[in-house]
Write a protein that binds this ligand. Structure first.
Ligand code: SF4
Ligand code: SF4
Ligand code: SF4
Length: 178
C-alpha cells in the first residue's frame, strides 16, 4: 500500500543530523550498516520509515535504526541477497538489483585467535564463497587471507567469530552502485 509521505519530519531530520557523518561514498554512517542496494544518502532522502523492508527480511537481520530507518545487524545473521527488502520498498530507496549490492569485504582484525597462537577456523567453515583462505604455512597455527574478489560481504563470518574480530569494510577497488 502506498505510504502518504510529504518528506522527512523535523524530528527525523534532527535525529539524523545528530548521527555520525556519512562516509565519502555515502554508504556508511558510523556503525550504522544499511541494507544492500542502497546508500546512506538515498535512505536519508527517500526513506519514509515505513518499515516494510524490515518486516519482510527472511533472516530477520534488519532492525529499526536512526529515525526508524532500516539498519542491518550482521550479528543477527548473514545477508542472503534475496532482495526481499528492495522489492518491498515502494520508494526510490533501493538501486536496481542487477547492480552489485555493495562493496563490502571482510577484514580480520588483531583479535583473531590465530594471532594468539590459538587454532580456529570457524569463519572459514561458514564462508560459502571460500573467500577466507587458510594458509597453514604461517607459524605457529596458520593465517587467513581474504580474497576480496570472492568476498560478497554477506557477513556470515561476522557474528560467528568468537572474538568479534571480523568487520566488513568498503573496498575501494570493488565497484558498488553510485
Ligand atoms: S537482501 Fe534479503 S537477507 Fe539481505 S537484508 Fe534484504 S531481505 Fe534481508
Ligand atoms: S572465527 Fe575469528 S578468531 Fe576464528 S579464525 Fe576467524 S577471525 Fe580468527
Ligand atoms: S563476508 Fe561472506 S563471503 Fe565474505 S568472507 Fe565473510 S562469509 Fe565469506
Amino acid at each position: 500500500m502506498p505510504v502518504d509521505f510529504a518528506g522527512p519530519s523535523v524530528n527525523m531530520l534532527r535525529r539524523l543530523a545528530a548521527a555520525p557523518p556519512v562516509s565519502p561514498s555515502g554508504r556508511w554512517r558510523g556503525d550504522v550498516q544499511r541494507p544492500p542496494w542502497t546508500t546512506e544518502a538515498r535512505i536519508r532522502e527517500h526513506c519514509t520509515s515505513c518499515k516494510a523492508c524490515i518486516a519482510v527480511c527472511p533472516g530477520a537481520i534488519l532492525f529499526e535504526g536512526p529515525a526508524g530507518t532500516p539498519k542491518l545487524d550482521f550479528g543477527a545473521g548473514a545477508c542472503t541477497f534475496c532482495g526481499a527488502c528492495a522489492d518491498a520498498c515502494e520508494e526510490t530507496v533501493f538501486f536496481d538489483r542487477t547492480e552489485l549490492p555493495w562493496a563490502l569485504v571482510a577484514t580480520l582484525g588483531a583479535g583473531c585467535l590465530l594471532n594468539s597462537g590459538v587454532s580456529c577456523r570457524t569463519c572459514t567453515d561458514v564462508c560459502d564463497e571460500r573467500a577466507l583462505r587458510f594458509d597453514l604455512r604461517a607459524r605457529p597455527v596458520g593465517r587467513i587471507d581474504v580474497d576480496i574478489d570472492a568476498c560478497t560481504g554477506c557477513g556470515a563470518c561476522v557474528g560467528i567469530c568468537p572474538t568479534s574480530a571480523i568487520t566488513l569494510n568498503e573496498q575501494p577497488n570493488k565497484q558498488g552502485p553510485e
